[in-house]
Ligand binder design. Sequence first.
Ligand code: FES
Length: 93
Amino acid sequence: MPKVKFQNTGEEAEAEKGADLMEVTKNQGWPIAYGCEDGMCGTCIVKIIEGKENLNPLDEKEKQTLDVMGMDDGEHRLACQCKVNGDIVIEGM
Ligand code: FES
């Protein structure tokens, strides 16, 4: 099972392959703020420290929101739009 590590605290969680990153972080109680839960508000932005290739590709909506925030740099994702397909390390902002 893919592992998700929360760099801020060093905590780790196992996730089903294809799990919603939002659900994983909520289940763990990690302090990531969710607003719209739909890729529009940007509050759930996280930095992907490792394993960005293990997430689903950005869709147009997520890309647009990151672009508006000036964070479409390949390093940041919106947790509410991410599916976990392999090991990742994330950092809350
Ligand atoms: S919660 Fe709004 S973009 Fe993720």
